[in-house]
Design a protein around this ligand. Structure first.
Ligand SMILES: [Zn+2]
Ligand SMILES: [Zn+2]
Length: 176
């Protein structure tokens, strides 16, 4: 059947699946960051997940964020800068929940769309999960260099959607 799609408003697949990841992220109850992730095999959606506390225990909206302070070393133009950062450690990250709720057989050769660039731990887990492509939108500079290097070593396609705007109802301010 011939494509009749002259419809300029028709979404490309990247936009389509990233929009779904953003809509999934609105389920998150952590006020610091809403992250959504979806598993796609071919053009089929095989799983969705967001960051949240384990089932059956209070989440951030009930009990508040569980804040841990971390020391980060940023190097800008060769100058080292030590920065204190606060992170919420209550939640299981969206990518980790996605791995908990999907089967390995479904992940082999699949693509993950995730609203935010994976942190080191999530990237490390995704690298061992059967996924062959990871597409993200918002950057997460802290772990970016080592995550890109890992993806290169693993031969996993790792790309950022550049000219993409999330659905309005899924937008929130992220605390960096
Ligand atoms: Zn939180
Ligand atoms: Zn993570």
């Amino acid at each position: 059947m011939a494509e009749t799609g002259n419809d300029a408003s028709r979404k490309d697949w990247d936009t389509y699946f990233m929009d779904i990841a953003y809509m999934v992220s609105t389920r998150s109850r952590c006020p610091r960051r809403h992250v959504g992730a979806v598993l796609v095999q071919g053009k089929k959606l095989l799983g969705t997940a967001y960051n949240g506390a384990p089932m059956g225990v209070p989440d951030c909206s009930d009990a508040g964020c569980m804040i841990a302070e971390e020391i980060e070393v940023n190097i800008t133009d060769g100058v080292e800068q030590v920065v204190r950062k606060q992170r919420c450690i209550r939640t299981i990250h969206a990518e980790q929940n996605l791995l908990l709720f999907t089967d390995r057989a479904n992940r082999e050769g699949s693509t993950v769309y995730v609203t935010d660039q994976p942190c080191w731990t999530c990237a490390n887990m995704l690298a061992n999960s059967g996924v062959v492509e990871i597409v993200y939108h918002r950057s997460y500079p802290k772990d970016s260099v080592k995550v890109y290097s890992l993806m290169e070593q693993k031969g996993i396609v790792f790309r950022q959607l550049q000219s993409y705007a999330p659905p309005e109802q899924a937008q929130m301010a992220v605390i960096p």
